[in-house]
Design a binder for this molecule. Structure first.
Ligand code: NA7
Length: 541
């Protein structure tokens, strides 16, 4: 293997999305030689792959961007509150050019394995073209939702039409005109795609397993004055995002939903519904901790569905019964209204399960649906899925998959590192706040912490950093304790791994608040990286 080693660098970073781009920028500025490997032929990560119709961000654009550069914030102007995928992708391309990042990104390259070489005390990275690269630090920036889940439905290979997964959408436009289209899945992706495809297709059949609580996004173009004012307030916005619970500058109402009289609570929910976006989830502090409060929010949304959808049978099928928010809260544009269209049919696959895919369409227990295109909006193997796609092996050749072989065994320190895997950092890894806060802000915090840590190690002639078992046990226990005090753990969602057949159930997102998390990470650093073993090679060999 060593004779094939082609290159040696200080750091290898996986993925050229929000995480990988900023990691590269930070490491370069600190003088670390770095190479980023990206499977796609362009930058963008999740925004490169998710090109399905209607794909857009559901965090407001003025908050869903980098804050490390005031100049960048001032230069870039978002067109609307919730921009489409193409605009976010343009932004990330702009960032790549603005900071001249492309020269250290190798596109069209997959890392298939990363093995810690205990003799050299370095990571040996295996690329899909058979090349190897040696690196001191191995950093993953592959996101929490990059391992697409195409359910194992009998007969897919026999289907005569075309099929797509929303997370691997073709670059060229898919034409639905005059076509009979079926879509499986009604999570965020399905709910964004359905209204757009319905306008084009001759017939759209939606195969729904679980209905969703979705709130109108109320997207709109930004006015020039608003943008000017926002840019003027950059420092204050940045501060408030970085010191917030969720990575956005919104404060949550500290009242319980049960403390309010019915009419007052109704008015609060109505106002948030009219405002659109995630304001609804911040209406009361206990929507995700108190079952009664949760049911009030759930019933409010059900009442809206019954008002919007004209056919009462369809409306009832669209009304979710599980606890509000225990699956990812979704934002939509005319989702429920779409079921009033003549060319849209809702099939409840819990009532009448999908039995197989035939050459001509989908066979359920009750019916056969003729289709020319099938879309899988069936989500991802979240959190650990992207990491498990790569054969990552630490000390003694033990793989991450083996170490975390059941959900309860997933253990990390700060969601960033794990014992037995020295010099491995996972940006927005399991047990970090990740997907339950504003991702770009969570990413910036992780990237800056990692870069500072590497700088510290170099300054102190330390070669290896690795958490102690005790530190990671304490962190994982804390993570679980915080999660178990909420209703999140009761939901069947990708948050808990329940969407993937056979996946052990575990909740791998840190819920203690982004502000607390940041403070804690900073204290770890200020206390000379307490909880980590800091090793000098001189004293090891
Ligand atoms: P999600 O939110 O995981 O949604 C996937 C949807 O697909 C959901 O409705 C699932 O039903 C459904 N699904 C999954 N497998 C099947 C099978 N076998 N049969 C029928 N239906 C199925 O993924 P998205 O891509 O929409 O969103 C992912 C995240 O991206 C989102 O949370 C945002 O953070 C951005 P289920 O609910 O499991 O019964």
């Amino acid at each position: 293997m060593s004779s094939q080693t082609i290159k040696e660098v200080d750091a290898v970073v996986l993925g050229a999305g929000f995480a990988g781009l900023y990691m590269l920028h930070q490491l370069r500025s600190k003088g670390f030689s770095t190479i980023v490997y990206e499977a796609g032929d362009g930058v963008g990560g999740v925004w490169y792959w998710n090109r399905y119709p209607g794909a857009r961000c559901d965090i407001e654009s003025i908050y869903y961007n980098y804050t490390f550069s005031k100049e960048l914030y001032e230069e870039w102007t978002w067109t609307s509150r919730f921009p489409e995928q193409a605009e976010i992708l343009r932004y990330l391309n702009y960032v790549a050019d603005r900071f001249q990042l492309r020269s250290d990104i190798q596109f069209n390259t997959r890392v298939t394995a990363a093995h810690f070489d205990e003799k050299r005390h370095k990571w040996m990275i295996h690329l899909n073209d058979g090349q190897y690269i040696l690196t001191r630090y191995f950093i993953t920036g592959i996101g929490c939702l990059s391992a697409a889940n195409v359910p194992n439905i009998q007969g897919l290979q026999q289907f005569n039409g075309k099929w797509y997964h929303t997370g691997h959408w073709p670059h060229e436009k898919v034409d639905f005109t005059g076509k009979r289209v079926g879509i499986i899945g009604t999570g965020s992706s399905g709910i964004q795609a359905i209204p757009v495809i319905a306008k084009e297709a001759e017939q759209l059949t939606v195969f729904q397993r679980t209905p969703q609580y979705t709130i109108p996004a109320r997207n709109h173009a930004y006015e020039e004055d608003f943008i000017k004012e926002t840019k003027k307030n950059f420092e204050a916005i940045k501060r408030s995002m970085r010191n917030s619970v969720s990575g956005t500058p919104f404060a949550q109402n500290q009242q319980s939903a049960m403390e309010e009289p019915d009419d007052k609570r109704q008015a609060v929910f109505e106002k948030a519904w009219a405002q659109g976006g995630f304001a609804f989830s911040a209406t009361y502090h206990d929507l995700l901790t108190n079952e009664q409060s949760n049911e009030k929010a759930a019933e409010f949304i059900r009442s809206k569905i019954r008002q919007i959808v004209k056919d009462p049978v369809v409306a009832e099928k669209l009304c979710p019964k599980y606890m509000y928010g225990t699956k990812r809260q979704v934002l939509d544009s005319d989702y429920f209204e779409t079921y009033n269209r003549e060319n849209v049919l809702l099939v409840d696959v819990k009532e009448s399960p999908i039995q197989k895919i035939t050459g001509e369409g989908i066979q359920t227990a009750d019916n056969h649906f003729d289709l020319e295109i099938i879309i899988f909006a069936t989500g991802y193997d979240g959190m650990t899925g992207p990491l498990f796609k790569i054969d990552i092996r630490g000390r003694n050749g033990v793989s991450l998959k083996e170490k975390w072989k059941d959900g309860a065994a997933v253990q990390t320190y700060l969601g960033l590192t794990t014992a037995g895997f020295p010099n491995l950092f996972m940006i927005t890894g399991p047990e970090s706040p990740s997907v339950l806060v504003n991702m770009p802000i969570a990413i910036e915090q992780h990237v800056e912490w990692i870069a500072e840590c590497m700088h510290y190690l170099r300054e102190h002639d330390i070669d290896l950093v690795e958490p102690t078992i005790e530190a990671e046990e304490a962190w994982s226990t804390h993570c679980r304790d915080v999660a178990n005090a909420t209703l999140y753990v009761k939901g069947d969602s990708w948050y808990t791994g329940a969407n993937i057949e056979g996946k052990p159930r575990s909740f791998l997102i840190y819920l203690g608040g982004f502000d607390y998390y940041t403070k804690h990470c900073n204290e770890v650093a200020q206390n000379n990286y307490v909880g980590f073993k800091l090793m000098k090679l001189k004293s090891i060999s």
